[in-house]
Design a protein around this ligand. Sequence first.
Ligand SMILES: [Zn+2]
Length: 401
Amino acid sequence: MGGWFGDGLPQVSDEDNKKLEAPLTLAELGSAVGSLKPGRAPGIDGLSADFYKAFWDVLGPDLLEVLASRLRAVMASVIHVDQTYCVPSRLIGDNITLIRDVLEVSGSLGINLGLISIDQEKAFDRVEHQYLWQTMTAFWVNGGLSAPFSVGRGLRQVCSLSGMLYSLSIEPLLHRLRADLQGVLLPGTQPLKVSAYADDIIVFINSQRDVEVLADTVQVFGQVSSSRVNWSKSSTGLGLLHGAIAVNAFVCRVNRAVGEGCPFCGERETVFHCFWECGRLKHMLELLRGLFTSLGAEFNAQVFVGGVRYSSRSRRRGRLLSFLVGQDKMAVYVSRRRMFQDQGEISPRALMVRMVQARLRLEFGLYRINGDQEGFEERWGFREVCSVRDGELFFYAFLSL
Ligand SMILES: [Zn+2]
């Protein structure tokens, strides 16, 4: 186990470590308990053990918050920039932008790229105490946080102490992956390897070797941390957020129980097959092509994979086309997931039409609440798509089922 943690995890500096280990000050406690009602406020002197015991229910959360604010101050120095959850000044948007850019650049350069999502089973409930302490020890110069605090076994999904501990607990896995994967090399960048937001971990893959490294590393991590990766969910579970899914051609190398075949037609399921080639998509792609054509835009695999490009002059149309492509990918993903979950087959075209309509209705409702019907028409009113008549939203023929 030592080897797992022993190589080059960033460490909290001596200076920061002193701050972390310093006795809790009255000022800190004071600000933490400052919100208590006057009748319950402690005296300035003598916060004894008895006091803590008697008032733990009241003070416990505040003490944890003091510790959390200390930890917050050092998170960015020990967590690599590719992990963003509960690291101050980092946002999930950073992950999304990165992945969108990677898909766009690799698509336009014809670079093969797979995204594998590692889905941990009940990640927040499964962080073992012993493992957590080992991780903390590895990060901290002098062997851990000395102030006592308890962490509930079921770490809550909030950006407090527990959220930060979760990000810390996952960092050794990511660190190992960064060290051992070759990653995906795009012009002008360091090799891209992972992107993580809480338990949403995406690994960039473009070689057989890396798929095997990933499988081995995750297995060892599972032994060390008692975490378990749910590969069957991983094969289908990539958040749509990222606009891509881990298709079977990749997943079968990680999990032999999953075949390479497309769940619908049996052909080898590459990313290209999954989103473009598969026969089941024919009607949906025809619909999309029709919409693009009538809006005077070209529709091809390039646009589909790399995203819709538009100048400021064609911004209004460009946003609509991007939205439609996004809904189309969502329909591919959702219908594929339904298939895996034995919820039956659904036509991607029908699903897409429903999702587009639902989204536009929602938008329309929001604009209407704000009394800005014109704003809606300005943004979404296209004669090929929808319009507002007598205060009601109508969809045009393209979007009928
Ligand atoms: Zn297929």
